[in-house]
Design a protein around this ligand. Structure first.
Ligand SMILES: Nc1ncnc2c1ncn2[C@@H]1O[C@H](COP(=O)(O)OP(=O)(O)OP(=O)(O)O)[C@@H](O)[C@H]1O
Ligand SMILES: [Mg+2]
Length: 305
């Protein structure tokens, strides 16, 4: 059974009603406490001039309204789902999994076929979850230069970022990284748009920038991206990535679209995983679930959950 067929099979299973999950209710809140406890909102910071010592505020209430975090009632469930999503990614990071050792495996792109399938939501929530890992830090890069959802929600749209470092070789990309008030999580804004974004993202300079951003092996660099089938930018971005996580929206992403998107980024030595997003379970809550590795590796297939 191909990974796409497995995804379709899982979708059918998810349509069946589930008993409410008692363990989910018993778990502690998923969003890190520091997310809930900040003083300055991201919206306020949109107009503030962040100096090197200031922190981008990850304020839960604002981010829920901005669609980067789910409603509070879903925190526990999503925390468990992101635990499952990140484990195989971390395994690939350390050992390469079925692909064998991968050079610079800490460069991860979150992609999807079409718009609105949950790339930005997934990139942000995965970044939060990975930032809680004791042995890793996370740099979340807004690689969706056309629709910089992360930069906008965090109030750092308009700050220099990825595109500025690509355009001007004298700008070290590391100097544009902003720390957040979540320990272990930093962000790089998308930066200023220009005509040649796809060309810049596939340039030699992009390799240099990604090299610099991911030089520290303990740092996981997560790139949000634009829809693969709608724009050339994300396909260009994929060229410098070592892992791609493709978001499949339950009941929405069409199989042919998914296959077309996967074919655009298919590479024999780059693990591509699928994550099923916004499936419904129990009382109609949305959740994200992990599917496994598509194509490539020696024994690709569904991971054990
Ligand atoms: N697992 C989820 N649970 C709850 N809400 C979600 C989930 N995934 C996505 N959403 C919501 O769906 C909407 C679209 O998600 P998002 O913006 O992440 O999609 P996208 O793929 O980045 O879209 P675009 O291609 O336009 O950038 C947002 O309002 C987001 O909050
Ligand atoms: Mg987005």
């Amino acid at each position: 059974m191909s990974i796409v067929e497995k995804a379709a099979d899982r979708l059918r299973q998810n349509d069946r009603p589930h008993a409410p999950d008692r363990s989910a209710r018993q778990q502690s809140a998923a969003v890190p406490s520091q997310v809930a406890g900040t003083v300055v909102t991201a919206r306020e910071e949109a107009t503030a001039d962040l100096s090197r010592t200031e922190r981008v505020s990850i304020e839960a209430g604002h981010l829920r309204r901005a669609g980067l975090l789910a409603p509070k009632s879903m925190d526990n469930q999503l925390a468990r789902e992101y635990q499952r999503i990140k484990r195989p990614l971390l395994a690939t990071l350390t050992s390469g999994g079925s692909y064998g050792p991968i050079v610079h495996a800490n460069r991860l792109m979150v992609a999807s076929a079409a718009q609105g399938e949950g790339k930005t939501f997934t990139a942000f929530n995965l970044a939060l979850s990975l930032a809680r890992e004791k042995d890793h830090s996370v740099l979340l890069v807004d690689g969706d230069v056309l629709k910089p959802g992360i930069s906008r929600a965090l109030g750092i749209d308009g700050r220099p970022g990825l595109m500025d470092a690509l355009r001007d070789e004298s700008v070290p990309s590391s100097s544009l990284i902003l720390q957040t008030d979540v320990p272990g999580l930093s962000v790089l804004p998308a930066g200023e748009r220009c005509e040649e974004m796809a060309e810049l993202l596939s340039s030699r300079r992009m390799n240099e920038v990604v090299e610099e951003l991911s030089a520290e092996p303990a740092r996981i660099v997560i790139f949000d991206s634009s829809p693969l089938l709608a724009t050339p930018e994300s396909q260009a971005l994929a060229l410098s990535m070592s892992q791609v996580l493709v978001v499949v929206k339950a009941g929405s992403t069409e199989r042919r679209a998914l296959e077309a998107a996967l074919s655009l980024i298919d590479h024999p030595s780059r693990p591509t995983s699928l994550v099923l997003n916004q499936s419904r379970r129990g009382h109609g809550d949305l959740y994200a679930g992990y599917y496994g590795v598509y194509g490539g590796g020696k024994d690709s297939g569904e991971t054990q959950n």
